[in-house]
Design a binder for this molecule. Structure first.
Ligand code: F6P
Length: 328
């Protein structure tokens, strides 16, 4: 296949939804049609590719969605696509719909499946990083991360009122899969006493710091953010640890859950998604394949999917230090 002769692209969203995915779908659709490329929208992620849930989009089909959270294409985590039979069926849809290239919007699992499919069936795949977790290597930010961070910060502000009024220790459980970006940066933004994240010291050590920070003379309450997988059992376990060691403290647990994934995307996420969506079409026009569109120092970059998936993105040490310094 000549990769600069792409006539039709397929676009799908897969994995956990993230605010800004709609802005990305809009950008891909309009950028493609603007360059004379047809757009086939695939519903329900890879499941829809297997089942042939495909609809051709016009520019009007993506009107009025830039401000909407979630994904108009729906999303799913598809086990079938992890099997050779599932991918074979997906390829049959690609042939039937005459799709020349795929743009997949999602996170780690989405890219893993897309990369395998690209290798097996020689279909160019471009990934757009859409996940609240911000855990993909090669991009400073993922679509949805900024919105989620703002949502979490807003929740912390509300909890602060009660924590202060009742002199309590609040343990707030934050999402992030295996990464602590949301937890650490929300802790900084929310002026929290500590963040317990998988990337740093033992929970016990982090807890001692948290208690120490929150119970200094002039403070009568604490908010500690706990990354969902930093400790087995999450924030509840941490609360139990505190109450056991310090029975004088009254603890409360708040699990933010899927509240962190919804809502209207921030301006930053809309702009990021729009730039990345347009860049995906440009990348295909330039003959690129099997890359993720990333952003580094405000420049769009192309990152091999293999690196985006396999290399570990670490949290910023200065951010970690800033939290320790500022939470005294
Ligand atoms: O990857 C996004 C994410 O929200 C993670 O932060 C979280 O661990 C996971 O998805 C939750 O998945 P589900 O919505 O399938 O429960």
């Amino acid at each position: 296949m000549e990769y600069n002769k792409i006539k039709t692209v397929g676009v799908l969203t897969s994995g956990g939804d993230a605010p800004g995915m709609n802005a990305a779908i809009r950008a891909v659709t309009r950028a493609a049609i603007g360059q004379g490329i047809r757009v086939k929208a695939i519903y329900r992620g890879y499941k829809g590719l297997i089942d042939g849930e495909v609809v051709e989009f016009s520019t009007q089909d993506v009107s009025g969605i830039i401000q909407r959270g979630g994904t108009i294409l729906k999303s799913a985590r598809c086990k079938e696509f992890q099997t050779p039979e599932g991918r074979q069926q997906a390829y049959e849809t690609i042939l039937k719909e005459q799709i020349d290239a795929l743009i997949v919007i999602g996170g780690d699992g989405t890219f893993t499946g897309g990369r395998l499919f690209a290798q097996e069936y020689d279909v160019p795949v471009i990934g757009l990083p859409g996940t609240i977790d911000n855990d993909l290597w090669g991009t400073d930010a993922t679509i949805g991360y900024d919105t989620s961070l703002s949502t979490i910060t807003e929740c912390i502000d509300k909890l602060r009122d009660t924590a202060t009024s009742h002199e309590r220790v609040f343990l707030v459980e934050v999402m992030g899969r295996n990464a602590g970006f949301l937890t650490l940066n929300a802790a900084i933004a929310g002026g929290c006493e500590a963040a317990i994240i998988p990337e740093r010291a033992s929970v016990k050590e982090q807890l001692e710091d948290a208690i120490g920070n929150g119970r200094r003379k002039s403070k009568n309450s604490s908010i500690v953010l706990v990354q969902e997988h930093a400790v087995e059992g999450g924030a509840k376990t941490v609360a139990e640890m505190i109450e056991k060691e310090h029975p004088e403290y009254s603890t409360r647990v708040t699990v933010l859950g899927h509240l962190q994934r919804g809502g209207s995307p921030t301006a930053y996420d809309r702009i990021l998604a729009s730039r990345m969506g347009a860049a995906a079409i440009q990348a295909l026009q330039d003959g690129q394949r099997n890359v993720m569109i990333g952003i580094q120092n405000d420049d769009i970059v192309l990152v091999p999917l293999s690196k985006a998936i396999h290399q570990k993105k670490d949290i910023k040490e200065d951010s970690w230090q800033a939290l320790q310094t500022l939470s005294i």
